[in-house]
Each structure stands twice: as structure tokens, then as C-alpha cells.
Design a protein around this ligand. Structure first.
Ligand code: T46
Length: 142
């Protein structure tokens, strides 16, 4: 499946009460230049979002606060990744159906993306998604 889990560089303060700083750079730490950043806040426990795939968009998502489950489907198999620490990043290539399920209220989902927003890049119909991946149109690769 066309995804990878990455460890974001994290710098801890000598006094842990000061917290930790995590950082990544476009191209150097993730496989694309960053054109867009968005984040989702204020969702209740159990909320499910997503239910779509992207044709060309590459993304890296992380959860700086809380726990969010990411269900991934490439048209042949399904896998689940739990974003449960600020230093964990999930790189998604195109052609992956995704659901995001909030496992803790007010968890924050941050996403950096390789392209500007385009509604035409979304596939929101599951049968259309299966046709897209099975026709071999998904040529993104890690
Ligand atoms: C994704 C997951 C992880 C914009 O106008 N501009 C934007 O850049 C984005 C990301 C969204 N929107 C609008 C489109 C919808 O009217 O915001 C509304 C909510 O978007 P959506 O229902 O697609 O939200 P999610 O949480 O299902 O999906 C979002 C991203 O859209 C998507 O790219 O992979 O987060």
C-alpha cells in the first residue's frame, strides 16, 4: 500500500515540563514540496470524516494532540494507522481511500499537501474509486 509512517524529528527540552518541539521540512523530510496546510479541530470522539480518495494529491498528516485512527484502502486491502503521538507522521500517496475516526474528543488533525485545493482531485464515490485504482490510473509511488 502506498503509504509510510515517518518519525518527525523531535527535540526534547531538558526539563520535560517545557514540552517537545517536532519539525519537518518539505522535500528534505517528506517526499514533496508543501503547497497547502490545513487542520481539523473540535471534532467529538467517534466522529468519522474522509470517505474519499485523491487522484494526484500527496499528503503528510500528523496529530499533535489526541488520537485519530486512519483507515486506508487501496482497492485491494485495508489497513489502519493510529496517529497517537505528535512525532508520528503518515505520508499518503494518491489513490488511497481514507476514513479518519476521532478516538479522543478535540484531537487535532494536521495535513500538509503537495497541491493547492482542487475539488476535481477528490473521488468521493467508492465504486468510482475502485474503477480508478483498478484501471491503473494510480501512478503515485513512494
Ligand atoms: C483529506 C482529509 C485528511 C476547502 O475549501 N479547501 C481545502 O483545502 C480543504 C482541505 C477543504 N475545503 C473544503 C471542502 C469542503 O467543503 O472544506 C470542506 C470540508 O472538506 P472535506 O469534507 O473534504 O473534509 P474531510 O475532513 O473529509 O477531508 C479533509 C481533506 O478535504 C482531504 O483532502 O485528505 O481531510
Amino acid at each position: 500500500m502506498q503509504y509510510s509512517i515517518i518519525q518527525l524529528k523531535t527535540i526534547y527540552h531538558e526539563d520535560s515540563s517545557y514540552g517537545a518541539l517536532s519539525v519537518f521540512e518539505g522535500v528534505n523530510d517528506i517526499p514533496f514540496e508543501i503547497k497547502r496546510i490545513y487542520y481539523i479541530c473540535g471534532a467529538d470522539d467517534g466522529i468519522k470524516r474522509g470517505m474519499h480518495a485523491h487522484k494526484e494529491l500527496k499528503q503528510m498528516m500528523f496529530c499533535p494532540y489526541g488520537e485519530i485512527e486512519i483507515e486506508l484502502d487501496d482497492g485491494w486491502s485495508r489497513e489502519i494507522v493510529l496517529l497517537d503521538k505528535p512525532s508520528k507522521g503518515l505520508v499518503l500517496m494518491p489513490g488511497l481511500w481514507r476514513n479518519m475516526i476521532w478516538r479522543k474528543k478535540d484531537s487535532v488533525l494536521c495535513v500538509v499537501a503537495s497541491e493547492y485545493y482542487s475539488s476535481s482531485d477528490y473521488i468521493r464515490d467508492y465504486d468510482a474509486f475502485l474503477a480508478f485504482v483498478q484501471d491503473g490510473n494510480n501512478n503515485g509511488g513512494l
